[in-house]
Design a protein around this ligand. Sequence first.
Ligand SMILES: Cc1cc2nc3c(=O)[nH]c(=O)nc-3n(C[C@H](O)[C@H](O)[C@H](O)COP(=O)(O)OP(=O)(O)OC[C@H]3O[C@@H](n4cnc5c(N)ncnc54)[C@H](O)[C@@H]3O)c2cc1C
Length: 440
Amino acid sequence: MHTLYWFTRDLRLHDNAALLAASKSDVLLCVYVVDPRWFAPGPLQSRAMGTHRWRFLWQSLMGLERSLRALGQRLHIAYGEPETVLPKLAHEHRVARIIRSRQPGIQEAGQWQRLKEQLPNTLFQQFETLSLFTEGSLPRALSELPDTFSQFRKQVEKTRERCSERLRIRTLTSLPPPPGFPEDNRGDCPAIADPQHPLPFRGGEEMGLAQLKQFLFVDHGIAQYKETRNELDTWDASSKFSPWLANGCLSAREVADSITEYERTETRNESTYWLWFELLWREYYYWYALKHGANLFRRDGVQRKKRQATFYGHRFMAWCQGNTEYPLVNAAMNQLRETGYMSNRARQLVASCFVNELELDWRYGAAWFEQQLIDYDVASNYGNWQYLAGVGADPRGLRQFDLDKQMRQFDPVGEFIKRWHGNSKQPVGLHTIDAADWPL
Ligand SMILES: Cc1cc2nc3c(=O)[nH]c(=O)nc-3n(C[C@H](O)[C@H](O)[C@H](O)COP(=O)(O)OP(=O)(O)OC[C@H]3O[C@@H](n4cnc5c(N)ncnc54)[C@H](O)[C@@H]3O)c2cc1C
């Protein structure tokens, strides 16, 4: 059988159930599609793919290509829309089956559906490789996913060992050969700007697995993670796994199993539990996105809760450019623009400021994050934004952080604000224009 494997957010050979299924073919065409629409401005002011994320993704693709070549395979990188590129390749190479990893997000689901319609005689298969669980191994049906994270955690928590050990798959060591390999048009992809990242993030499976080993077994950062995870700007205060997890360079099951291994061989404490607990947040949002579909992107959220919000261009720009009246927010937003990363605590603060102080429609903030974050993940991003905006999975409703208090607690001597230039010389106030857009 001739199979086309469509790599998406699963850029790895380890623990990849979808690729394992594809490996049972006579001929295998491995494809990654770079969609030009990612680089064009979207309806919410931002582009889907910013420069930092694109660089990380490209590094990950190059790493994947090296791994595939070592097994006699190749990676076809196509620049074009999947609905055009994939049917053409499928016809050219007499493809009988297309496989990919299952993904949350309505655009992703829509593309899969349109491909099926275009290729009615082709077999389409999806496998769950992004999550800890499969849909079938969840304690309840997806339609019964709890409305809050705590309920979900209580349901699944006891199954940690079971889910990851049972579902994890070994690294692939052989693959069927590629077809006579077609020229790809990767040269048409946008250029990579500024190839050196200011933080030690480098895309690819090898780097993701190295970071897993480093944080757990070399630095033992996991052993005090619960105390350090809220720090704003220390490299080993949190795991930094997110960019590799988001691109699938690292499998969540691999991380879960490594935590278990660490607890077995090194130490088991509240911190080691907490890293698993955070992985469960990611897991919850994965299923939340699949369950709620288009409601993930609604202004009134999955709760359909009407909230007063509008779009003030000057407030939005000030927030994006780190030029508000709030130095801590500015510093975090500058860090995001310059590096493509921001700590979890800072994400909560800037999102709270966006919704509460600046009174903006949360979806514009989420779209800016989508453009900037190297760890952008549709489910975690939109799920967390809904939560902060009080229209998602938070049973307590809208949360507002006291920014002065947070500054005293997390940046008492102003080190973070200084490093990321949070003290704007001419901050943009809330009321620099009146209701009729007339500059004051
Ligand atoms: C407004 C907002 C938007 C966010 N957008 C994203 C996003 O696009 N992509 C993304 O991966 N994370 C997102 N997060 C979650 C979280 O901030 C990042 O996962 C975390 O900061 C990444 O750093 P780390 O890997 O060092 O995390 P660690 O603290 O070391 O956590 C380990 C892993 O657990 C998962 N995790 C931790 N916290 C969360 C959380 N709140 N929600 C979901 N998963 C979590 C991540 O996979 C992370 O890598 C967002 C949070 C907020 C408040």
